[in-house]
Structures are given as C-alpha cells and as structure tokens.
Ligand binder design. Structure first.
Ligand code: B12
Length: 209
C-alpha cells in the first residue's frame, strides 16, 4: 500500500496520492511514516530531474503535490505538546529556497514542545546571529538542499562561533544532500536525517524523556 504512495509521489499522480494518503490515515498510519514515504517519492523526483526525465516544471509540481499532502496531514502532525522544552531557531541557508523539509522539521519540533522561531528561507548569517541573540535558543537548525550552499552553512556556523554565541547551543544541519561528512565540513554539532531525529537529538540534549 505505501509503495503506491511512493510511486504516486514520484509519478506526480496527484489524485492517486491524495487517495493513498487518506487511506493510510484511515488505517491509522502515523503521519511521520506517511511523510517518509512521500520523501522517498521526492528522492525519485530528484533523480528523474538529474537524469533529465523531469524538468523544473515537474520539480515545481512535486512541491505543490507534497504541500497538498502535508496539509492533509496537518491535524495529525499537530497533536501538540503544551510543555515548552526549549527554543529552536531554524532556517534554510542563504542561496537556498527549498522549504518543504524545513517546514516539516519546524512543525514536528513544535508538536514536540519546542518553541520554534522560523527564519524562513534564503536566511543571511546576520539574521541567524540576530535571532540567536534575541531568542537564546538551545538548538539552531540549518536546512540545506543545495551542495552549492554548503559553504554558506560553513560561513554561518563560523560567524556564530566568532560572535561568541556557540557555547550555549548546538547546531543541527539537515536536508537531502547532507550527511555526517557535510556536518564535519561545515562544523555543525550533528547531522539529522529526519525531523524525528532532530526531536530525539534535542530532547536528549536537554535531558527530556
Ligand atoms: C521540490 C524541489 C524543488 C522545489 C522546492 C519547493 C519548495 N518550496 O521547497 C523547487 C522547484 C522550487 C526547486 C528549485 C530548485 N532545485 Co530543487 N528539488 C526539489 C526536490 C525534488 C525535493 C526536495 C524536497 O522538498 N524533499 C522533501 C523534503 C521533505 O525532504 P528534505 O528537504 O530532505 O527534508 C527532510 C530531511 O532532509 C530533514 N531535514 C531537512 N532540513 C533539515 C534541517 C535540519 C536542521 C534537520 C534536523 C533536518 C532537516 O527533515 C525533512 C523531513 O524528514 C529535490 C530532490 C531531493 N531528492 O531532495 C530537488 C533538489 C534539491 N533541487 C535541486 C536543484 C538543482 C534545484 C534548482 C537549482 C533548479 C534550478 N535549475 O533552478 C532550484 C534551486 C533554487 C534555490 N536557489 O534554492 C537539486 C540539488 C542538487 C545539488 N546537488 O545541490 C535536487 C537534489 C534535485 C536533483 N537531484 O538534481 N526544487
């Protein structure tokens, strides 16, 4: 059943995808599991784009379809936890406008009791510095989907350190092309593959069960 969802996302079959999401919801499949399947489909979209089977118009369409599915899941994702565990500042690094993954991470962190400050996309280093000074987060997240923006993350993290703001917070990075090697290269504290990993890392950091 969920393979149908991966295929519907990859093939940009909007009607079939909506039907699959609703069916999985009706069966009680957790929203994060559904998102994971959608992400698998998006990875196939990305590969088809790389292989020139898809063009920019298909990438744009995939984003629209993904957002529609995420809207259907909205209620399931926001089984809100009313405690405030800590503050999470998050943005997509400058030069990069991808925001689907960032929005999932902010929603899931918020549902798990973190106060989220979402800086948006194409975020300049100065805006991260300003937000850290103002909100004093325990965790900062940087999303990056473009390998060409890795140096932007590196520069941003160095600037956070140079401004003396690094000691009381941890910096997480994530996004399709990132991995542990990227985290080491840019000087982040950790790489997280999924939104749930970000929650687990942050809770562990703050000693929350
Ligand atoms: C949809 C999409 C677009 C949409 C984005 C719409 C939007 N509102 O975001 C549009 C059409 C605008 C777009 C544009 C471009 N795109 Co694009 N895009 C994609 C695509 C297909 C899916 C991305 C996505 O949303 N995935 C689904 C989400 C849920 O996954 P995710 O972002 O990885 O997030 C999850 C985890 O990674 C994690 N996570 C993400 N961020 C963070 C951060 C933290 C702190 C943590 C803890 C976790 C975390 O949590 C999320 C949930 O689990 C990818 C292919 C791919 N495989 O990723 C290409 C892809 C990223 N794009 C690519 C390219 C080249 C471009 C363009 C340059 C194309 C062009 N010629 O203009 C432009 C760039 C514009 C810019 N300056 O940013 C390339 C990048 C290649 C590279 N090596 O850098 C990719 C990989 C496609 C490819 N294979 O060639 N794109």
């Amino acid at each position: 059943m969920s393979q149908n969802l991966v295929n519907a996302m990859a093939d940009l079959e909007e009607t079939a995808l909506v039907k699959e999401v609703k069916a999985l919801q009706a069966q009680g499949t957790p929203a994060l599991e559904i998102i994971q399947k959608l992400q698998e489909g998006m990875n196939i979209v990305g590969k088809r784009y790389e292989e020139k089977e898809y063009y920019l118009s298909e990438l744009i369409m995939s984003a629209e379809i993904f957002k529609e599915a995420a809207t259907l899941l909205g209620g399931d994702l926001s089984a809100a936890d009313s405690h405030s565990h800590g503050t999470f500042v998050m943005g997509t690094i400058y030069g990069d406008i991808h925001d689907i993954g960032k929005n999932i991470v902010t929603t899931v962190m918020s549902c798990n009791g973190f106060k989220v400050i979402d800086l948006g996309v194409d975020v300049a280093t100065a805006d991260y510095l300003k937000a850290i000074q103002e909100h004093k987060p325990q965790v900062v997240g940087i999303s990056c989907l473009l390998t060409t923006a890795f140096d932007g993350m590196k520069e941003c993290i160095s600037a956070i350190e140079a401004a003396g703001l690094r000691k009381d917070l941890k910096i997480l990075i994530g996004g399709g092309p990132c991995d542990q090697t990227t985290a080491d290269y840019v000087g982040a504290d950790a790489y997280c593959k999924t939104a749930q990993d970000a929650v687990e890392y942050s809770k562990k950091l703050l000693g929350i069960q």
